[in-house]
Design a protein around this ligand. Structure first.
Ligand SMILES: Cc1ncc(COP(=O)(O)O)c(C=O)c1O
Length: 364
């Protein structure tokens, strides 16, 4: 994997390079619900284990029906994938994307998927001076003037790794303007559970040019099980399903997801916890000398280190102490002092803050 497409969450590589066991790292580099998996869903997963001797349902029927009921969509408007990453990689081939516009700085897999399918990518980057607020007005202008002969726009909302979210109404305007120019809009809502009023998922009932991606791996804390889904117009969804390898979504993941959807208590606890802990983590990080903390509506924070410091050295130093953070210096549109940290449990967040304070107080 090249430097441009590095991801967080690789505790195995950290263990191999450090000699420390993988379970002895505190992983701030992947943004997973700090409360861990839904207990109700873990129970369902355990109950499903006798089914290991059968192939999983290749059509994920029970899960698609549950999702259809939740979002009041038809089940043929939903395709389930082995993580939303699988769907991101099926999209360019299914849609025949030749030129995508990415609203950056953003998740690297959109660019990789489009490039692997032979398409071209252009970026419209959010500005640091605007706290990396996604520049939807500029995108709208570009769409209206058709200056960029793109066929598909990718928007991540809330955006990773910057954390900002745009209002649903602004996304709707973009989708409508794009429809007039026959452009498709893919909205990645992988972290939207933390700001549900920003979601446009239900608009997929009527907007033929809108595709919305969701993941279970972050909010429902199951990155090792893998599960994501995509919602859109039935013919497009059918096309994507036709390209998918059979049985790509395993049975324990399907059982977990169906039960997780019904665990409203877990959702409430997770949201309340994040609201509280993110606020106090932000305040503690803002008190570090020269550190800039960007606004976030998700379960992670983008930080900029002081001018003399580098994200690469910071990440390497903390890794030696068993703390993994995401060095964002290779993300197009961000500078070499930028890192992303997940909001985790209070004690872990305090440990990270203390380690950063110590590093910032020492030699560069
Ligand atoms: C914005 C965004 N979208 C999609 C994904 C892929 O998630 P998964 O394949 O685990 O569903 C990630 C993972 O980091 C992400 O950050």
């Amino acid at each position: 994997m090249t430097a441009d497409f590095v991801h967080g969450g690789n505790v195995y590589e950290a263990a191999r390079t450090s000699g420390r066991a993988s379970n002895r790292f505190v992983d701030f580099s992947a943004s997973i619900n700090p409360l861990g998996p839904s207990p109700v869903a873990v129970r369902a997963l355990r109950h499903s284990l006798p089914q290991l001797i059968h192939y999983p349902d290749p059509d994920c029927v029970t899960l698609r029906l549950a999702l259809a009921e939740r979002w009041r969509l038809a089940s043929d408007q939903i395709v389930v994938g082995n993580g939303s990453s699988e769907l991101i990689h099926l999209l360019p081939r299914a849609l025949g994307i030749r030129h995508a516009l990415l609203i950056g700085p953003t998740f690297s897999e959109y660019a990789r998927a489009v490039a692997l399918a032979g398409g071209k990518v252009s970026y419209l980057h959010a500005r640091r001076s605007e706290d990396y607020r996604p520049p939807l007005e500029l995108v709208l202008q570009a769409v209206r003037r058709s200056r960029r002969p793109v066929d598909t726009i990718f928007l991540c909302n809330p955006n990773s790794p910057t954390g900002q979210a745009v209002p649903a109404e602004s996304v709707r305007k973009l989708v409508q303007a794009a429809a007039r120019r026959r452009l498709r809009v893919v909205v990645d809502e992988t972290f939207v559970e933390y700001c549900a009023d920003r979601s446009v998922l239900c608009d997929a009932r009527r907007s033929a040019n809108l595709l919305v991606l969701r993941s279970f791996t972050k909010f429902y804390a199951m990155p090792a099980l893998r599960l994501g889904y995509l919602v859109g117009a039935a013919p497009l969804i059918q096309l994507i399903r036709s390209l998918q390898p059979p049985w790509s979504v395993n049975m324990p993941a399907q059982a977990y997801a169906v039960a997780a959807l019904g665990d409203r208590r877990y959702v409430g606890r997770s949201l309340a916890y994040m609201q509280r802990e993110r606020t106090s983590f932000v305040m503690n990080l803002m008190a570090l000398p020269g550190v800039r903390v960007y606004p976030s509506e998700a379960n992670f924070l983008l930080l900029e280190l002081p001018a003399s410091r580098s994200a690469r050295v910071c990440a390497a130093t903390l890794a030696r102490q068993g703390l993994l953070i995401r060095d964002c210096s290779s993300v197009p549109g961000l500078n070499r002092r930028t890192v992303r940290v997940a909001v985790r449990r209070l004690v872990q967040n305090r440990r990270l803050t203390a380690a950063l304070r110590q590093w910032l107080g020492g030699q560069a």
